[in-house]
Design a binder for this molecule. Structure first.
Ligand code: AMP
Ligand code: MN
Ligand code: MN
Ligand code: MN
Length: 282
């Protein structure tokens, strides 16, 4: 059975509609797919409620979401951390309320980013960013796209390096709720909280252990031991961390768009046999 438990659609910063994403996953041999858009469950809700939108497939869909949270406050040591919620109840009113607040926070943050970029001499990018985000939640990748479109940078990567990434003007503090609260929303909605892509935070081993400890204490149940195509020693480190903390293991591609071979749907590295997979919990 091939599980891909982390992927994005046009409902956040992904390039494919949920239907296109499911078709691509099926072609890649995925048996179970979680669509985990940033701070929204609209994509999966569309597939479930609009039968015309549902492709003819044997693939099993899991309701998921990738929530932005803040770990360690907003001081010098604070940082953004992503929590994937799997198997959440889509009609949970607590979750729906939380998602509405997250989306408002994303909108407010976008206005601040646009303002700061304007003060740097760029045109007001907010209208174009809102249009580009369309039905999806607004994110920094939409700003990156616009910075490329106006020739301010050559690539999204450069946009993050110069303007949007950690410590740059597009890195806005005070946006997300505490990690503990966000994990609580997932649990209140009957879901499983998974610490997303621990390697992407570029933490020292000591800090990563502290993060995993706090996540577990908050009620987190699994960590993404595999995120995309991953070098073997990283998988080993993360599976050791999993075992040490008595957590389950998840895996996913973090697919956003075609052409990124390191994050292609269904093409992520395999979970080590020693791990207890997160789906054992269901
Ligand atoms: P946001 O959700 O607005 O905080 O933006 C985070 C998203 O930006 C991630 O989910 C990635 O899809 C994307 N991202 C993060 N870092 C980079 C980067 N260096 N280059 C391109 N995209 C990135
Ligand atoms: Mn993303
Ligand atoms: Mn993420
Ligand atoms: Mn993601």
């Amino acid at each position: 059975m091939l599980f891909d438990l982390h992927s994005h659609s046009t409902y956040s910063d992904g390039a494919l509609t949920p239907t296109e994403l499911i078709q691509r996953a099926e072609l890649a041999g995925v048996d179970v797919l979680a669509i985990t858009d940033h701070d929204t469950v609209a994509g999966i809700t569309e597939i479930i409620t609009d039968l015309d939108a549902k492709p003819d497939t044997t693939l099993q869909l899991l309701p998921g979401v990738e929530l932005s949270s803040q770990w360690h406050g907003t001081g010098a040591h604070g940082m953004g951390v992503h929590i994937v919620g799997l198997n959440v109840q889509l009609d949970s009113s607590e979750l729906q309320d939380a998602l509405t607040r997250q989306q408002q926070a994303r909108y407010d943050r976008a206005a601040i980013i646009a303002d700061r970029l304007r003060k740097k001499g760029f045109p007001d990018l907010l209208p174009a960013v809102i249009t580009a985000a369309g039905q999806g939640t607004i994110g920094r990748p939409h700003f990156a796209e616009q910075l490329v479109a106006i020739d301010a940078v050559k690539s999204s990567d450069e946009a993050f390096r110069r303007y949007l990434g950690a410590g740059k003007i597009g890195d806005i503090k005070n946006v997300w709720q505490a990690l503990e609260d966000v994990v609580g929303w997932v649990r209140d909605a009957g879901g499983t909280a998974v610490l997303a892509h621990p390697d992407k935070y570029h933490l020292t081993h000591t800090k990563l252990r502290a993060l995993v400890g706090d996540f577990k204490a908050a009620g987190g149940e699994a960590i993404e031991v595999v995120s995309g195509h991953q070098i073997a020693y990283k998988t080993k480190n993360l599976s050791d961390l999993c075992e040490l903390n008595n957590l389950h293991a998840s895996c996913g591609s973090d697919f956003h768009k075609p052409g990124q071979h390191w994050a292609e749907v269904g093409k992520h590295s395999t979970l080590p046999d020693s791990c207890r997979p997160v789906w054992d919990l269901w």
